[in-house]
Design a protein around this ligand. Structure first.
Ligand SMILES: Nc1ncnc2c1ncn2[C@@H]1O[C@H](COP(=O)(O)OP(=O)(O)OP(=O)(O)O)[C@@H](O)[C@H]1O
Length: 299
């Protein structure tokens, strides 16, 4: 498991990561979400001992990463798919990894097959790889030592839709066999399909955290009516929030039954009523990270 306690990283007076604490349990995939520049990569680099924290601690399998003996056998890491020697072939990169970890060479072929890189592709130099191929190679490298923990920073970057689905299946299978997965993304949909738990970070601080199902059920209700304004006013007078939903209608924190009763009382005709679920989570994600949304910054 991964345990992060009060982790902080400052660059001058700027806190890129500010007192962040969370745990990632075995058997689960945890999605680490946040907009660009929120602090995900900095946090992951600290977990992997690549960036020293200003304060706080991070342990993987009970120890700081740097103290793990032969860490690749315990923790698979993919932080930057481009961080390999461009002149080496994919096969050479994996073979070097296998030698350093003391693994049998057949593991290289197994991993190449697992990530869908064929013989010819494995003999190409990294500089000639597409972004998606680099990601596949990075995932192969992370899995090489048959680790118990995976730490992946934006692994779906550059993968095509089939590749993204394949990766989700792979991570789900890994967690179902007892593995621990921390997976970052700035795209909610990319991780919410596969994640059990979510940690949402904005401007270096955790803004939401918990089981995806709990976050989804707290995501409110989406409703469409023939008179949205009237229902919105009625919901607000009853003490509920009511905001225009992305794509039309109203998003409210009231339960569907409460919305139905209030609509009946005020004689508003409902044309759609559903738990906001995924859409609500997206709404929440946008709201939680609104302070960081670059699109919202005045020119
Ligand atoms: N070495 C550094 N020196 C100064 N500032 C840094 C350094 N590394 C990161 N930062 C800043 O810390 C903040 C967090 O960056 P980080 O790369 O962790 O974000 P992120 O959530 O991974 O973003 P993205 O989704 O864009 O990859 C950013 O404002 C970034 O500019």
């Amino acid at each position: 498991m991964i345990k992060v306690e009060d982790l902080t990283r400052r660059y001058g007076s700027y806190a890129a990561v500010d007192s962040v604490s969370f745990e990632v349990q075995p058997g689960t995939v945890t999605g680490f979400l946040g907009p660009n520049g929120a602090g995900k990569s900095t946090c992951m680099r600290m977990i992997c001992g690549l960036t020293p924290p200003t304060s706080g601690t991070a342990t993987v399998l009970g120890k700081p990463y740097a103290e793990l003996p032969n860490p690749g056998r315990h923790v698979g890491v993919l932080l930057d798919a481009a961080a390999q020697h461009n002149g080496r072939t994919g096969r050479e990169i994996l073979t070097l990894g296998a030698i350093m970890m003391g693994l049998e060479r057949r593991r290289v072929d197994e991993m190449l097959e697992l990530v869908g890189l064929n013989k010819e592709e494995s003999r190409r130099r990294l500089r000639d790889y597409s972004l998606g191929m680099r990601q596949r190679l990075g995932i192969a490298h992370a899995l090489l030592g048959d680790p118990k923990v995976l730490i992946l920073d934006e692994p779906a970057n550059g993968l095509d839709p089939a590749g993204i689905r394949w990766m989700r299946g792979l991570l789900r299978g890994f967690a179902d066999e007892g593995g621990t997965v921390l997976l970052s993304s700035h795209l909610l949909h990319e991780v919410e399909v596969v994640a059990d738990d979510l940690v949402v970070i904005g401007r270096g601080k955790i803004v939401a955290e918990g089981a995806k199902s709990a976050l989804l059920s707290a995501a409110g209700t989406t409703v469409r009516t023939t008179d949205d304004q009237r229902l919105a006013n009625a919901l607000e007078s009853a003490g509920f929030g009511a905001n225009p939903a992305t794509g039309g209608g109203i998003h409210t924190d009231a339960l569907p039954e409460q919305v139905g009763r209030i609509a009946l009382e005020h004689q508003v005709v409902l044309t759609e009523l559903r738990q906001a679920g995924t859409a609500g989570l997206e709404e929440m994600f946008l709201q939680l990270t609104a302070a960081d949304a670059r699109e919202g910054v005045a020119a």
